[in-house]
Design a protein around this ligand. Sequence first.
Ligand SMILES: C[S@@+](CC[C@H](N)C(=O)[O-])C[C@H]1O[C@@H](n2cnc3c(N)ncnc32)[C@H](O)[C@@H]1O
Length: 509
Amino acid sequence: MGGWTEGYVGGIDYIRAVYRDWSPAMLCFALTLRGWRPPAALRRGSFTMAEPGCGHGLTSALLAGAHPAARFEAMDFNPSHIAGVRRLAADAGLANAEFLEESFAEYARRDGPMLDAVALHGVWSWVSAGNRAILLEVLRRRLAPGGVVFVSYNALPGTLAHMPLRRLLVERCAEGDGPLPDRIAAAVEFAARMAAQGGGWFANIDGVVERIEQLRHKSPNYIAHEYLNGDWTAFYHADVTRELAAAKLEFAGAAVPMEQLDDLTLSPAQQALAGEARDAAQAETLRDVMTNRSFRRDLFVKGGERLGRAERRALLGQTRFALLVAADDLPEGASTPVGRLSFPRALYQPLGGALAEGPQCLDALLARPALAAQGEDAVLRALILLTSLSLAAPAMPEDGGAERKVSCDRFNAAVLERHRFGDTPGQLASPLLGAGVPVSRIEALFLLAARLGEDPAAFVWRHLSADGIVLGRDGERCEGDEANRAELVRRHAAFMQRRLPVLERLGVA
Ligand SMILES: C[S@@+](CC[C@H](N)C(=O)[O-])C[C@H]1O[C@@H](n2cnc3c(N)ncnc32)[C@H](O)[C@@H]1O
């Protein structure tokens, strides 16, 4: 690769992923919870959104498919990222998204409409101070008053534990001149061999050995983009807040609703200590120290308006929620940094049952006697937990639903076709959520077979076997066509019974 990478890792693409953190309904819910008025354009679905450093651009493409009245600018200087997403956009007939092959500096010189929302995922910690200054200038010039920025970064102090690991990987990957993925695999194995000796840093820092073990199962694409960039800076939250203040941005809260609940992460004594902070940025930084936080997903607003108590309550009351799993697949609890949290049946059973009937707003949920008996705070808290754990999601308002459905159907038709060859974003666009719903390749091929009127097991097996894929059952390989087709017949029956009703409810099937 030439000099255009500006110290960013070259010669290896990023992983292909779709994120839900900055879908409009999620942004609006997280902002409202923290008492900020969400941008009206986001609630209406007629917003302008940018994603600088979009990687493969799959999140922007999916959001463009889900929000036909919105406009998207996604850019990345890696031409293979942009070539791939332009092909998807053409197949899906996306007329409301531009995918630009540009550097941040080139993008900053571009004029365009004011932006209601900007997503900076996987960028802030991985680019130079010069490029952060350029991005700041984009935000200063183009973010509309009232607009929101999603920014993720490696946080201190938790990332301190990873610093020697990065150094080790950088040093070892510089050895030899073989293909980068091979050098990465060799570097990780080397780190694992060092870890196996124990002692020193490995013995003294919690989680290091586990992290190295995790890396053995991660793709070289992830490892390259996480650890091998020339620039790699972890930040205290207070410093990010100070840097972004230059673009008139103010910290609005954690993008993941659950992370706004102090009692999930801090003991009462720790909460009291955070309460002694002189301002919000210091309080947040103290929380990160007390929880040893290593990664943050934050929301910032420019000229954000505070909601009064009654208006916040009214907006939350109108927010609709949808269940992402079958009601009886809701777990009995979840792990949190302060221990295991149980989901009491008296609350979660009626809540799951109500949401399984279709999307419901908080007010409608509270009108049900079984949920009213639990109290509003408990129901809202349950929704915060379920949405954060990807078991439920905030939905878009009903208005615009018909247009979203037409656009999602067109986008999803293109995505399902791509599952023939496994070249896919891995998610379908939901007109209800205005966001993605993950589907496996087999699930997508079942849906495609239904559209085409084909026998599902035979259709799926034709495509999987063409890629040399063999299924397994109870840890055993399915040998031969017949055994694989029989396994697919069994999986199709389970799909029809449990998964299809959920996908239909979300408007993707
Ligand atoms: C870790 S990836 C994150 C991609 C995407 N936002 C996501 O979360 O999936 C960072 C991306 O920023 C791009 N990038 C880094 N420096 C850049 C620059 N100076 N100009 C444009 N793109 C850049 C890289 O090519 C890479 O695709």
